[in-house]
Design a binder for this molecule. Structure first.
Ligand code: SER
Length: 389
């Protein structure tokens, strides 16, 4: 099943159950949201989770592009991407968590044909402030799905302040043999779908207050589920990456981990540009610049690449912009990529000059790293790379 079919199956399933489709927003959360980027489908819905009536009613479904930098060092493994899509559903003060889990189970097993024996669940064990999520545990027991209880992993919050609550997650077995162990002990259990019962709001002082209504917020990782349904061993092999895997190896000689990083970060950079972010030394623009520099650093390792980043085929830029329905011109994307490559080249040259000074020949102290960063704009990973040249 291709990702676009997966999206339509998901949306139709929930439309049949009274949900209205809303248009996903961009990677930039609405003003006032505490996070830098949209990291899950609920961000644009925060006011409605907090009680404002939504014009389309109490049951919603959508597809939302998200960006997570918390997982940056994990990009390249089988399941993490910087920019990914989340299929989401919401009950805004309407039905409760158990119904959401029942429908989720129905969609995965009957709707998508997943063997129920390959599922595992987790649920909130309770802590000193909130009791255990017995309602979810009862659903899992009735459905015959094994459930593991955790504390931190099963409390979802939207950054330091905002709506939060206990969650219950669907995991799918990705191993070759029969399922074994539990999600926290064996990472062949892949988390695919999170159902949050949003009951509270965390305030600036860290305290929790009940929300005016009880909501359900779910998020399903599109590329994760697609790769498992397509029998692929990583998100980088699902159909979203087909053109990247076809065209990138012709440009640069890369081992598999580097190929994954380059494809993930370049695709994320195009999506960020398409949403209006521009390279900068702070905030969102710095994240964009950093992603691009990680790519440039990887490309410079090994032999000097014969192709620059400006040689990225139009097809890949266009494929990404079209996928996210963004109307930027590929030539404009290319211009930014080339400018950033040149800027990085100048920084490297300056860095080589500074690092050649006698003061920096021996082992570097933390103070040296701070000085090099603050005075010469040289990030730690770049310094380490230059010293290995
Ligand atoms: N907010 C939850 C998550 O990000 C479900 O959408 O996992």
């Amino acid at each position: 099943m291709r990702t676009d079919q997966l999206i339509s199956t998901f949306v139709e399933y929930y439309e049949e159950r009274g949900h209205r489709r809303i248009t996903g927003s961009t990677l930039l959360p609405p003003p006032g949201d505490p996070v830098l980027f949209t990291t899950s489908g609920m961000h644009p819905l925060t006011p409605y989770l907090e009680g404002r009536p939504h014009p389309l009613g109490k049951r919603l479904v959508n597809v939302q592009r998200c960006l997570r930098t918390t997982d940056l060092d994990e990009v390249g493994d089988a399941t993490h991407l910087t920019v990914f899509e989340m299929l989401g559903t919401w009950s805004l003060g309407d039905y409760e968590g158990p119904r959401s889990l029942d429908w989720g189970y129905g969609l995965l097993t009957e709707g998508l044909g997943i063997d129920p024996g390959l599922l595992h669940a987790t649920a909130f064990a309770g802590d000193d402030r909130t009791g255990p999520d017995t309602a979810s545990v009862e659903v899992w027991q009735r459905l015959g799905v094994p459930v593991e209880l955790t504390v931190e992993d099963n409390w979802w919050s939207n950054g330091p302040v905002g709506p939060c609550g206990p969650d219950s997650e669907f995991f799918l077995w990705s191993g070759d043999g029969p399922p074994q162990s539990t999600p926290t002990r064996d990472d062949r259990w892949v988390e695919v779908w999170n159902h949050v019962t949003m009951t509270h709001r965390r305030l600036d002082d860290g305290s929790l207050v009940p929300l005016p209504q009880r909501n359900v917020d779910t998020g399903l990782g599109l590329e994760r589920l697609a790769s498992l349904l397509q029998g692929r061993s990583s998100v980088f092999e699902c159909d979203v990456f087909d053109p990247w895997r076809r065209l990138v190896p012709a440009l640069w000689t890369l081992d598999e981990p580097s190929l994954r990083l380059v494809c993930d970060h370049l695709r994320s950079v195009v999506a960020l540009l398409g949403d209006g972010v521009r390279p900068a030394n702070t905030g969102r623009g710095y994240v964009l610049r950093r992603l691009l520099r990680r790519v440039l650093t990887v490309l410079r390792q090994g032999q000097a690449p014969s192709h620059g980043i400006g040689d990225l085929p139009d097809e890949l830029i266009r494929h990404t912009l079209d996928h996210f329905r963004q109307d930027m011109r590929p030539s404009e994307v290319r211009r930014t990529l080339i400018d950033e490559e040149q800027r990085f080249g100048r920084l490297l040259e300056r860095g080589r000059g500074v690092l050649a000074r006698p003061r920096f020949r021996g082992p570097l102290t933390e103070e040296d790293f701070h000085y090099l960063h603050d005075t010469h704009g040289l990030p730690r990973e770049l310094i380490t790379g230059l010293r290995e040249e």
